[in-house]
Each structure stands twice: as C-alpha cells, then as structure tokens.
Design a protein around this ligand. Structure first.
Ligand SMILES: Cc1cc2nc3c(=O)[nH]c(=O)nc-3n(C[C@H](O)[C@H](O)[C@H](O)COP(=O)(O)OP(=O)(O)OC[C@H]3O[C@@H](n4cnc5c(N)ncnc54)[C@H](O)[C@@H]3O)c2cc1C
Length: 443
C-alpha cells in the first residue's frame, strides 16, 4: 500500500493519535513469505523499515516516515494444545486474540492489561499484566519463536535452537528480527476475582503506604496495581463519584474463587473503600475491562521508571501530582513485579530490573489534540520529581523515544550481551525503528 492508495491514511495511523508518520509503503503481510520478501526488499533497496504488531507503541515505533512498514496484523491465528498447555500464535495477534482463544479451554498466558495491545511488541519487550506476580512476565512463559532475520533467513529460536537469539528476543524488542509466531506456555486460569477498589484522594497517603508494603508479601495469586484516576462519568461507577479525582487499586486474584473472600480480608479490613467493585469475572472480561475507556486515536504521552522504594518523599510527590491529574484519562500506575518474575535470574533474559518492586508509568492521555501540551508537561514534571528516587531504568515498553542512554540504563548489565547478539544477527541495524540496540560501529 502506498500514499496514493485508498485506505493508506487509516493504515498509517497507530494507537497514539500524537503519532503522524507517513511511510513510503505499508506491506500488509499475510504470511512468512510476505515478511521475507518485505525484509529483502528493504535491505536491498536501503529503505528504512519498521515492524508493526498491534500498533500500540506510545512512541509510534511500529511506523516510520518515508520507509517500509511491515504490518503483521493479518498474521493472526492461534493453535492450542490443551494437553500440553501450549499455544502458538501468529505475530500479528492482539492480547484479545490469544486470551479469547485460550479462555475456551480455561487457560491463559500472562500478558498485559488491555486486549487491544499487540503480542508482538508486548512480548518482545517483556509483558506485564494481572498474572505477573503468579506466573511471571510474558517472556517467562515464552517457549519458542519463529523469526525472519535481517538477511531474510527464517529461523526458530528456543531453549534448544539459536539460544542466543532466544535470549535476546525475550526483552530486546524488535531489534533482532520479525517474530512471525510465538509459542507460549499456558496456565489454568478461568474465573478471576477482580476489579477496582477506590478510595477518596484525601486517603492517598495512607493507601499508598499500606499498599506498597502489603503487596510485597501478599499471596502471589493476588495482583493489584495502584492508580490515581478521575472516575469516568458512567456505569458501573455511581453518579456521586463521577469525575472525582480518586486513588485505588485494581485487584486481580487468580486463585480458587471460594478462597477469594479470605484473600481479600486484609484488603477490606485496611479501611472502608468509597467503592468496591471486586468480584468474580471471566478472565477475558478482566482483560478487556479498560478497552472502552481508551479507544484508538487518543493523544498519549507517558514516562516510566522502575521503582523499589516508596518512601515519605516519594509519597508526597505522588500526592502532589495525583491531585493535579490534568485530564479525565490521565493516570499513574504502579505495577508490582515482585513474585514469580523476580525469582528469575537478572541475566536469564535481557529484562534487567527483576529486583525492582514496581514498574511505574505516568500517563497523560486525552482525545483533544489541543491538550497535548497540558498532558505532556504534567507527565514530564511528575516524572522529573520522582526519577531521582527510581531504580534507574524503565520498562522498555513504557518508554517513548528517549535516547540511547535511557535504553542502556534499562538493559543495565545485559546491554553488552545484547550488542554482541545484535552484531551477529543485524550488524547493519536494519531493525532500528525501536528502542535501538546499536551494533558496534553504527551511530
Ligand atoms: C493503552 C496501552 C496499554 C498497555 N498496557 C500494557 C500492559 O499492560 N503490559 C505491558 O507489558 N505493556 C503494555 N503496553 C505497552 C505495550 O506492551 C507496548 O506499547 C508494545 O510495544 C505494544 O506492542 P504492539 O505490537 O502493539 O506495538 P507496535 O507499535 O506494533 O510495535 C512496537 C515495537 O514492537 C516491535 N514489534 C512488534 N511486533 C513485533 C514482532 N512480531 N516481531 C518483532 N518485533 C515486533 C517493533 O520493534 C516495534 O517497533 C501498553 C500500551 C498501551 C498503549
């Protein structure tokens, strides 16, 4: 598809409405052969190339100006082996595609919080979600990938074949090639006991203090992320709370439903909530709960960091900025990563911050392009106030285009090994529209 073609304007748009890139060509790949041809074409003609899975990258890293976009959205299939508890999924699937396919069998693999996100970017960057404390990151449940490399060759990488590539693709993003198929380990996950429990914002200090300690020792079946939010003006929220600034925790318990009341006892004993919507729900309902609130095309600006300590100064800054949320959809989330993900060695995959307690993300979001400056400056100021207390790097999938030093900080001690593997598989940096790991000798 080229600029003069019908549908081009829609096809170049991504999830973040702030991104306005004009590719020279969009290759709507239907299969591995199309991906091979597209990569060869870009390499042979020296054309900039980007890989697009679900198009959710906030920095717009699935598209590029004046280059070729490899659009994987048609490579969408799943194949489940319920006995072996594994699932193969095409590289263009969204989280909704894999969640719905596995749910029929009462199974799931850990992924993210919104069903419209692509598994391509989410998985190659790590994958944080409601099941992280119990089953780890998405990459901790990745068994194998099929990939097309920069030289056009098609390979499989897993624990037995191309082990270096398999290591790199579990967190190193789209730096090493196009993943055309992922194979995931599945777990028995069916009805969840989940939902938000909200408190007045005047209680934020106590809630943050209690939550940040409680989640460290909570049972691993229980996930819960802290949020500042403005209550959406519609069901299921009661009218008296509409448009109020509040704080809360979005809980998700994956253990047996009959034990949920017991597990939630300390949560409910902590203090009476202004709204308690936690209850039984299908896993797929939980996974798509936020989709209607955040449709495609909003303006997004976000900043992130890994965080270990929530001390008094940190709490004070959170409260300052939580009280000044600039728009209805702007928010701040603290996602816990203690539990299963933290038991994996820091060097076992490129994901270097497994010893941090939280992945923090500050999100400015709004439908109005005229609010772009407002959401961007709030997000930047919030982040700047808290960054000095952070662990150093950020979750790579929560970063915009923030420069080489941030990418290095994020991979930490794993960065040199990523460069070695990049030198081997993509020495000319064909795959550079991403959080780029530069091969030696390339600027
Ligand atoms: C609203 C929203 C909610 C989110 N929630 C979560 C969450 O809960 N948990 C979480 O972990 N992350 C979350 N993210 C971040 C998300 O994981 C990243 O934005 C990720 O890059 C999205 O993947 P995508 O395929 O949709 O992105 P795209 O924009 O299509 O691609 C982004 C990059 O990923 C790489 N890529 C994509 N597909 C492939 C592939 N098949 N092979 C090789 N490389 C590929 C490319 O390098 C590309 O530049 C969220 C993002 C948004 C916007």
């Amino acid at each position: 598809m080229e600029p003069q073609d019908e549908g081009y304007n829609d096809a170049r748009k991504v999830y973040n409405g702030m991104i306005d890139k004009h590719p020279r060509m969009i290759a709507k790949c239907a299969d591995v052969a199309d991906v091979i041809r597209s990569i060869n074409f870009a390499r042979e003609n020296n054309i900039l190339l980007s890989i697009r899975g679900g198009g959710h990258s906030a920095g717009g890293l699935g598209v590029c100006d004046d280059g070729l976009v490899i659009d994987l959205s048609q490579i969408k299939y799943t194949r489940i082996d319920p006995q072996a508890k594994t699932m193969a999924a095409g590289g263009g699937c969204t989280l909704g595609d894999i969640d719905n396919a596995a749910h029929v069998f009462g199974l799931a693999t850990p992924s993210g919080f919104m069903s419209t996100t692509g598994i391509g970017g989410l998985t190659t960057g790590g994958g944080l979600g409601h099941l992280t404390r119990k089953y780890g990151l998405t990459i901790d449940n990745l068994l194998s990938v099929d990939m097309v490399l920069a030289d056009g060759s098609f390979v499989t990488a897993n624990a037995n074949q191309n082990q270096d590539l398999f290591w790199a693709v579990r967190g190193g993003g789209g730096n090493f090639g196009v993943v055309t198929e992922f194979t995931f380990k599945l777990h028995r996950v069916d009805t969840m006991y989940a939902g938000p429990i909200l408190y007045e914002i005047s209680e934020a200090e106590n809630v943050l203090r209690w939550y940040s300690k409680f989640i460290v020792d909570a049972p691993e079946e229980l996930n819960g992320f802290f949020a500042f939010l403005i209550v959406p003006p519609g069901p299921p929220f009661p009218e008296h709370l509409h448009l109020k600034k509040m704080c809360g925790i979005v809980w998700a318990y994956s253990g047996p439903t009959e034990k949920a009341d017991e597990v939630f006892k300390p949560v409910r004993a902590f203090r009476k909530a202004a709204l308690d919507l936690a209850g039984p729900m299908a896993y797929t309902a939980l996974q798509s709960m936020f989709d209607p609130l955040y449709p495609k095309g909003l303006q997004w600006y976000w900043r992130a960091d890994f965080v270990s300590e929530i001390n008094d100064k940190v709490i004070a800054e959170h409260i300052r900025f939580g009280n000044t949320l600039p728009t209805l959809l702007s928010t701040m989330h603290l996602y816990p990563i203690n539990g299963a993900a933290s038991r994996i060695d820091k060097k076992a995959t490129p994901w270097a911050y497994r010893d941090a307690t939280f992945a923090m993300i500050i999100v400015g979001a709004d439908p109005e392009p005229s609010n772009r400056e407002k959401i961007t400056s709030w997000t930047k100021q919030y982040w700047e106030a808290l960054h000095p207390y952070s662990a150093g790097g950020a979750y790579v999938n929560f970063m915009m285009e923030e420069g080489e030093d941030r990418v290095k900080a994020t991979y930490g001690e794993n960065y040199p090994r990523l460069v070695t593997i990049k030198n081997k598989y993509d020495p000319n940096n064909l795959f550079r529209v991403n959080q780029n790991i530069k091969p030696k000798g390339k600027n």
